[in-house]
Ligand binder design. Structure first.
Ligand code: HEM
Length: 402
């Protein structure tokens, strides 16, 4: 196995990302990796790690050489994990198209009108409180109601769903912390049991109804349909709720950002917030054909980890990458992935975040953080545990804090 320049870096470059001060702001650590060892072999993970935009993009857009379906590299994928996320073209195409058609068939205008009214109601309930947790009181309940309404099912109890979902996310880092795997397998089974009956007894409206109606003609196996709907719930809920938290933290802790948000084009501003502090920081593929990348030969069978968060701050691709520039355009970030597996929910997520953040910036210009955002100890999906904020106007003599 060829080695990159990782030996030159003190400590373990990936485990270091979980230190509290690095977790708060991993971008300087990513920059050091990009500069010293843009493609390196990580022994513990047993994977190449990429940090440059060009390299990550090359892998994401080359599913012939870099597989999402690890069976192509001789690995076993347990049946509960076979879904739209773990298949490759041509097998992937049928389920991807079925979902894509299902996404397009939804009355998204009605969904968003309903969402807008929920956003207003939620904010109205929070504006009189001295402070509240943006994550637990707003981002998580809203994201869960949004994604379940889109699927066409009632939102489950938050106290049950959120810890289970977080355990599944913890398991995504099991390559570094193997003890996170077993609880994640149990939590995933619980999630599967919850979603298990959706297709057998489908709702009348929403994505599940569409998939149930077109299941037979699509030719997609039922296990894959079931697992893919579960993936939509989990990917949608976790990425969307984390996007809301990360974006609110960026706006409320960067001087002048909340004011700048009001004047920037909405979708452009949200896109920049995705680039600046993306919920999906890492993605994985397995190489199925020897490939030269960044001066290193990746061999067939080698896993490859893409640090998308690092790619999104690559100065070779983005001018002044560490700055939050809400009018940045074009913005070729990889926060929604790229290629065959690019995010199916990107436009919905941009709209969801747009309506929450426009309400925050438009109706509460004096909104501010009352404590530092507290990050969850996750490296694959980046997000907050808590973020205490207030919407109330400042009182006379109160210290100004952005
Ligand atoms: C409305 C909410 C969302 C839904 C329903 C959703 C759904 C999905 C689905 C079904 C896929 C798999 C597509 C495939 O494998 O062919 C996917 C991929 C992806 N999504 Fe989303 N998503 C949502 C929000 C987000 C957000 C907010 C982000 C980050 C800002 C995000 C980032 C990604 C990324 C990076 C991938 C690619 C994964 C890969 O390449 O393996 N998603 N999304």
């Amino acid at each position: 196995m060829e080695q990159g320049a990782v030996q030159a870096i003190a400590g373990d470059p990936l485990l270091d990302l979980a230190r509290p001060e690095v977790l708060r702001d991993p971008y300087p650590a990513y920059a050091r990796l990009r500069e010293t060892a843009p493609v390196f072999w990580h022994e513990l993970l047993g994977s190449w790690v990429l940090t440059r935009h060009a390299d990550c993009l090359a892998v994401l857009t080359d599913s012939a050489r870099f597989a999402s379906d690890w069976r192509r590299a001789g690995e076993d994928i347990p049946a509960p994990l076979l879904s739209v996320q773990t298949l490759d073209p041509p097998e992937h195409t049928a389920i991807r198209h079925l979902l894509l058609d299902g996404f397009r068939a939804q009355d998204r205008q009605a969904l968003h009108e309903r969402l807008e009214s929920e956003v207003r109601t939620l904010f109205a309930g929070l504006e009189t409180r001295p402070s509240f947790d943006f994550v637990g009181d707003l981002a998580e309940p809203l994201a869960l109601r949004f994604i379940t309404a889109f699927l066409g099912v009632p939102a489950p109890d938050l106290d049950w769903f959120v810890p289970m979902s977080r355990t599944v996310v913890d398991g995504m880092d099991a390559g570094l912390w193997p003890e996170k795997n077993e609880p994640a397998v149990t939590a995933r089974a619980e999630l599967a049991a919850y979603a298990g009956g959706w297709l057998a007894d489908p709702p009348k409206e929403g994505l599940i109804a569409y998939v149930a109606e077109h299941a037979e003609s699509s030719g997609v196996e039922e296990t894959i349909l079931r697992n893919s709907l579960r993936a939509v719930l989990h990917a949608g809920y976790e990425s969307a709720s984390r996007l809301l938290g990360n974006a609110a933290a960026a706006l409320l802790t960067t001087p002048g950002a909340l004011d700048a948000f009001r004047t920037a084009p909405l979708a452009t501003a949200v896109d920049e917030l995705v680039r600046y502090d993306a919920p999906v920081q890492a993605d994985a593929r397995v190489c199925v054909e020897d490939t030269d990348l960044g001066g290193v030969t990746i061999r067939a069978g080698d896993p490859v980890t893409l640090l998308l968060g690092a790619a999104n701050h690559d100065p070779l691709r983005f001018a002044r990458p560490t700055e939050l520039r809400l009018d940045r355009a074009p913005n070729p970030h990889l926060g929604f992935g790229r290629g065959a597996h690019a995010c199916l929910g990107a436009s919905m997520a941009i709209r969801l975040a747009g309506s929450v953040l426009a309400t925050l910036a438009g109706r509460y210009p004096e909104a501010r953080a009352v404590a530092e955002p507290c990050h969850r100890r996750n490296l694959t999906l980046r997000g907050l545990d808590r973020f205490e904020v207030t919407l109330r106007p400042r009182e006379a003599g109160e210290e100004v804090r952005t």
